[in-house]
Write a protein that binds this ligand. Sequence first.
Ligand SMILES: N[C@@H](CCC(=O)N[C@@H](CS)C(=O)NCC(=O)O)C(=O)O
Length: 267
Amino acid sequence: MRCRIALAEKRVEYEHKDENLMEKSPLLLQSNPVHKKIPVLVHGGKPMLLNFWPSPHGMRCRVALAEKGLKYVYREEESIMECKSRLLVKSDPVRMRVPVLLHDGKPVCESLIIVQYLDEVWPDRAPLLPADPYGRAKARYWADFIDKEIFECGLKLWKLEGEKQDEARDQFLRALKILEGELGEKKYFGGDTFGFVDVTLVPVVAWYRTYELFGSFRTEMHAPRLMAWGKRCLERESVAMSSLPDPHKVHQFVRFLRNKKPGLQPF
Ligand SMILES: N[C@@H](CCC(=O)N[C@@H](CS)C(=O)NCC(=O)O)C(=O)O
């Protein structure tokens, strides 16, 4: 109890594990092999991810963590729209946005930086970026393209209406076509292996429905290869395990946000 009070006094976020003292866990025996008693504080353990479930940026971090088979503590910033947690404010005082990865107590912000950080710290587990500098430069180019032309433009599909929304739809469909060309006949953007560009784009699978319903188009008609790629990605354990949210749930949530926006027609 005194440890919990001290942690609370210091405002330290932590994961609490209950011990069954009749059957001591391997973690307790390994952490306190002499006395085999609680409490034990394990410091610098698993990474922690601060996220908000519909965030496509958070989804890519979850997929990268799963690809690398890394165990981590997941923390939902459930009230992010109204107020940010102390931990989020402390971790990203500039933008206060999710996702944030805390590793060894240090925050890493921005999803693409997080994915690259994971790849650098754990290079031997399912490498995501190509080994050669030119391959890496190309993969980063496409990741940047996806961020701007798919996810940033996707926001405009539900936040705008009229002519501006039409422009966003044209830009979005053009980007899908370009990505369709880049994928070509390959299994993944990374060739035979699922890589950095795949991780960057895969959250779109949970968002297609929302983009389609707000933008009045069918992705299948414009980018059939990308749709097939999305289905292949969903078969991967890492993607399934990363709990990409149900597309209907994402759409319901976005509809709720849009209908709260003043000056826009309810959708
Ligand atoms: N470029 C950032 C975008 C992060 C972002 O837009 N996060 C949103 C959720 S998807 C957020 O935290 N919004 C809350 C806010 O801005 O107050 C990344 O890739 O991580």
